[in-house]
Write a new protein. Sequence first.
Length: 130
Amino acid sequence: MLRETPSVFLIAENRLLRETSVAEVVSGVRAVLEAQAVCPLHLRLELFRTFSRQWTGFPDARIKLELGLTRRQQQVIPYNAQGLTNKEIASQLGISEHTIKNHIHEIKRQLGAGDRLQIVDLSNFSAPLR
């Protein structure tokens, strides 16, 4: 987890260095010594925003229940919604481009989609704006 989300920890480190007063540091150290969790509100908000951006690309249980897609097919949909090519999706998922082509074909068949854009429409998946 530490390796997967270094941005969260850089944010935390930068915020602590720039925005934390001496009184807050002392208060935090005392709380930690008393086995309490310490996280300033502004940092919690930034962490939630960061994690929510990361989770927007994950498969949705609704897609599985309503559309009957496999887990791997669900993983392909967000990348497809972002407009990535088969090669780019394959690179993101660590599988072959041919396998992605098969997944896209099967997703289109299961959804009754004519093209990749219809996959997005029929799955009601909206990609986060960059």
